[in-house]
Every structure is written in C-alpha cells, then in structure tokens.
Design a protein around this ligand. Structure first.
Ligand code: V07
Length: 263
C-alpha cells in the first residue's frame, strides 16, 4: 500500500491510489501515448458548453502527468489538438488555443519543481503566437529537467508527418547526398517529430472510440492498445494504474519471450 496522508493548504487530502495493483518486477511502460477523447460529451451530459469539458480535461492532464512521473514513466505524449481540429467552430478553436497558456500559468511552477520536461510535437504554422510563446517559455524553463518528458501533440497529424519525412529523404536523393539503398526504417523514424524518443509501449484512448484518428501511425506499429469508455475528464489516477496493470499482464503472458519474438 502506498496510501499517503498529505496536508495541502488547510485541507487534508487522502491520496488513495492503490499502486500495489502494479506487478512487482514488471516494468512500467517507458512511453505512454494518450488520445484524450470525450471532453465534449462530458460537458453535454452536464448541460455545459463543450469548452467546459475541455477545461475540465486539463485537470486530468495534471493528475496523469504527476502520477506518470512518480511511476518513472519516461515519456507521456498527449494528443491535445490535431490538424483536423481546425474544422471545429472558431469560438471553440480560439478557446482551445488559450488552454496551453492557462495550463502552464497554473502548473509550470509545479512541473519545474517535479523535474518534468515540457515538449511539443506538431506544426507551428497556424498556431497563434500567444500559444507558441507560452509553450516556448515552458520548454525553456524545463529544458534541463531529467524526469518525465511531457510531450504535447499540438496541431499534429501523422500522415503529414510521414509525407514530410519522405519529401526530405527524396530531396536528399535528388541532391545526391543519399542513395536508394540508404533508405530504411531507421531513416524514416529519424525524420519524424518523435526523433530521439522511444516508441510508445502503451496507447490509451478514452471515451469508447476505437480509432487512431491519424495519431502516430508509424510509431504505434508494435504498441499495446487500451481503450476505455471513461470520458477524459473522468479519467484519473486509478484509470492510469488500471491501464498499466493490463499492459503488464499482457507483457507477462509472453512468458520470457522478449523483443523481436513478441513482435
Ligand atoms: C487541451 C485539455 C485536455 C483535454 C484535451 C483537449 C483540451 C493541456 C494543453 C497544453 C498544451 C501544450 C502545452 C501545455 C498544455 C492543452 C490544448 C487542449 C490545445 F505546452 N490541455 N490542453 N492544449 N485540452
């Protein structure tokens, strides 16, 4: 049991996430990627505007980041905004583009304190200056941190990312600095926005949708998938522990087979 009594301000908070559900000696996933779905539906159920759900979803980001860092996860990639999300009503897009600033205004000091490094993957084009500025500041403030890498996928699309990597390779072949025989999986992997990061071990999608929606198509080739009906604002520490526990059980079933043998 890891239950802790914590004193925060004047409230006594009981941290009651039963981490003993995790399997001893079974590794926690090094890289967890999450499609944070169901914020709009959470709001609708409460007769609130969709943006209220997005706002509530930020609190889940904070909770999940803290626990992932404590468990020793190396990378947490969160799908915050896709290249397709521009099709939403302008008022909703404008609200979403304010969330990185609000999140970082509230939580950056804690992230610095907890040794978390903030990163972003996605296209900078089209993102408002104020959004980029807030993220740049957080990246700078946390660049020497050695704990969890909190990697926000923002204005990210996987097919476009692959197209760009292929174009870059084609340009090098055309120039003569690369030959056809130099093209292999590692070269393509190195041309993606996840360059330098391990591939995700576990993908989580909330809210009952069972699709990838153009998220990390190349990188998820060998990843374990876990889908839950839970809406993102209702997702919590216990949900993350459940996902990791299931991941560990799946890995254990391979009974000693490692690496290529399980692929
Ligand atoms: C967003 C809240 C979480 C649920 C999913 C949609 C709404 C945190 C960020 C963020 C992004 C970059 C960054 C720091 C925080 C965020 C958007 C939406 C666009 F450096 N939550 N969150 N960005 N939602």
């Amino acid at each position: 049991m890891f239950n802790k009594l914590l004193k925060r301000n004047t409230d006594v908070v009981i941290e009651n996430h039963d981490r003993s559900v995790l399997i001893p000696n079974e590794e926690v996933p090094a890289h967890i990627a999450i499609i944070m779905d169901g914020n709009g539906r959470w709001a609708k159920k409460r007769a609130l505007p969709r943006v209220a759900g997005h706002h509530e979803g930020m609190k889940t980001v904070r909770k999940v980041t803290k626990l992932a860092n404590e468990l020793g996860v190396s990378v947490l990639t969160l799908y915050a905004f896709s290249t397709e999300n521009w099709k939403r009503p302008k008022i909703e897009v404008d609200f979403l583009m304010r969330l990185p600033e609000e999140f970082l205004t509230t939580f950056l000091p804690e992230l610095v304190e907890e040794n978390v490094r903030v990163e972003m993957m996605g296209y900078h084009e089209n993102l408002p200056k104020h959004t980029l500025k807030a993220i740049q500041k957080a990246k700078e403030a946390t660049k020497n941190n050695t704990g969890l890498i909190l990697n926000f996928a923002l204005n990210y699309g996987s097919r476009a990312e692959i197209v760009d990597a292929v174009k870059d390779i084609a340009a090098q072949v055309a120039k003569g600095t690369l030959t056809l025989d130099d093209i292999n999986e590692d070269l393509i992997t190195g041309g993606l926005m996840t360059k330098g990061l391990p591939e995700p071990d576990l993908l989580i999608r909330t809210s009952g949708e069972v699709r990838l929606s153009n998220f990390m198509l190349w990188q998820l080739a060998y990843t374990e998938f876990w889908f839950t009906e839970t809406l993102w604002p209702d997702f919590n520490e216990d949900s993350l522990l459940e996902a990791i526990q299931i991941y560990q059980n799946r890995n254990r079933r391979y009974g000693g087979l490692k690496g290529d043998e399980v692929k």
